[in-house]
Each structure stands twice: as C-alpha cells, then as structure tokens.
Write a protein that binds this ligand. Sequence first.
Ligand SMILES: Cc1ncc(COP(=O)(O)O)c(C=O)c1O
Length: 389
Amino acid sequence: MVDLNKLIFKIGSDTAFSILARSNELIKRGKDVINLGIGQPDFPTPPNIIEAAVKALKDGQHGYSPSAGILELREAIAEDFLKRTDVQINPENIIVTPGGKAVIFYTLMMFGHPGAEIIFPDPGFIAYKSMIDYTGSKPVPLPHRMENGFSFDADELLSLITKKTKLIILNSPANPTGGVVPYKELKKLAKGLENFPDIFILSDEIYSRIIFDNNKHVSLKSFSQIKDRVIVLDGWSKTFAMTGWRLGYGIFPKKIFDYAEKLAINCHSCVNLATQFAGIEALKGKQDHVENMINEFLKRRDFLVEHLNSIPNIDCVKPKGAFYVFPKIKKDNLSSKEISNSLLENKFLATVPGSSFGKNGEGFIRISYASKLENLKRSIELLKEFISE
Ligand SMILES: Cc1ncc(COP(=O)(O)O)c(C=O)c1O
C-alpha cells in the first residue's frame, strides 16, 4: 500500500464522466444510447472563435503568457462583465484559468483546512464537496429544495454560519437543477453577511448567460456589502461550447489575488496562448451563435418540462437557467442511483442520479438537454415505458 496523504481518499469523482464511459462501452457493443448525462453543449464552437485560435498559432503565439493571462483578454473579460452585470472590475483582479474548475481548486486551496467549515449547495456541482473534503474542511450542505425552485433560503444559509465558517460556495444558474436564485434572496443574503465580514463567497456564475424567461443574471459581485470578498468563477465552456478548450477565469478580490496567482504559477503556469486569443474573439466577436444556442435550449426545456410532467410519478419544475432539468421520479422504491442505472442498462438512456449531487438530490435524476430535440422526444418515450413497466 502506498503511503499517501489520507485526504486523497476523500476526493470524489464526477459521476457524469463514469456514465459517459459506460455509455461509450454500450455504444461499442452496438447499442443505440441516448446520452443525456453529460453537461456540455451539443453545438460546435463557433467558427470565428476557431479561426482566432488558428490565426494566433499561425502568427507564432506559441510561448508562455503571464500567469494570470494576457492583458488583452483580461480587459475583454472586464468589459464583458461590465456589460452583463453593471459591475466594474479591474482587469488586474482577473486570473485566466484552464477551465472554471481551476478556480474552485485554487479557492479551496486558500480557504480550506482542517477546522474550517465551508457551506456549499446540495444538490450541487460535485467538485465543490469533493475538493472541500480534500482540504480536510467540514462540508456544510445548504439545501436547495424543489419547492423553492431549487434556490436556497437566505435565512437558512445564515443560520448555518458558525465561527468556523470560512467560505460559502453558491451557484446560479445551477448545475444540476437549473435553479436561479431570486434577486430578493441574494439581497437578503448580502445584508445578512454584513454581520460576518471575514467570510468569503465563491460565486460560480458559469451558466450566467444561459438564463431564460427574461430573468436577468445578477452577479453576487454587484452587492456593495460583500463585493470585496466575492470570488467570481465564469468561463467559456458552456456559453461558447468550448468545454474541450479549457478556458475559464476567476475574479479574485485584491486581498487574496496574489495567493491565487501564486497557485496559478505553481500549477498551470498559464493557459494555452492560442486559446486565450480564441477567448477574446468569443467575448468581442459576433454573438449570434450564443443567442441561437440559448433559443434552442429554451425550446428543448419547454418540451421536456411539459412532457415529463405528463408522465405519472414524474414531477418537474421549470428551470430558469443552465441546460438541465431535475425531475423528481418515483419507481418501486428504487433509489435515484438504481433508477439511473436501470435507465442506462435497460433503456439505453443515460442520466445522472440526483444523489450523486448530494443527499438532497435523492429522489431526482439530472437530465441534460444538451442533446437534439429528436433525442429528447425518444427519451420521453423511454421514460414512459420505464415508469409503466
Ligand atoms: C457549476 C459548474 N461550475 C464549474 C464547471 C466547470 O467548467 P469548466 O471547468 O469546463 O470551465 C462546471 C462544468 O460542468 C459546472 O457545471
């Protein structure tokens, strides 16, 4: 047995990736699998973005860049952030990262330690709990309930704070539920956090552009009481269908920026230079691909919610953002893991069990609608069969 740091045994994994591997195995065996398990847009990266990367490569952009990213990109991020949230950010507070996930990692490397408590969304993106556990901190789940449209209750959140709380992680629009936290709850939270001036907040806003029904994304950075202790995570993976490019960013408050930058220097050095140029084009170039993708997601969401709710024993709220629905599903007392397994093995329909996103996800499954409408139509038929058998 290798003598490893014991905390390594606490790291979890992303169930969606193991489901993807199993789906691929079934496909190799000739099965016609519909994969609604994975959280990546089924659209190609827009051509103007690809061309910008190719041009950068041809122009000789092959070296290291400053660790926090090239200034032009950091300025483009600040400009885009101002346009979308009305919040002015100093480009010097931005670190460009290889995907948004690195921002979660660096933040937890700074705030997590044995003895610390960290509040995180449950159900929520799997990496939060995994990395909290790895730092030896105590994970404190914040329930996001279906009856609240999968938002949290600010009073409940404030009641979870103790002297040991170091960080609160929030995510809106959310993975896995598509929930969007209403403005009034954010405002109440910001006010309540005035009493806890040492607590930082990691606001994961990676789905901020994928928001429906005239809901406007409100960044936690826009609340004056907390803006100096909010770390924002965002990136290109979802908005610009760029998951494989690995491009994200963190906005780090001045007080902690140098430490985050040191983590970046010691870990990823800098993001691939051509990808950074692609990132500039994505933010500054034409946005019609993003708009078309969001319109398509909206159609799919409406189709799914309506048809899921027509199936007995399935109950689905209409999510306000991201590209997931999180229906409650009942079948012969099966757990969500058993339901999801059975759907994959017997119906060749890949979903993710709600329980893999936290204990409050039990009883639900996550369906990603980053898949063509015809696949969604077929999955409704398969779910109908499954429930009625
Ligand atoms: C809520 C949330 N945050 C962060 C990420 C990380 O995205 P990436 O590292 O591809 O930028 C994801 C990806 O699934 C996500 O769903």
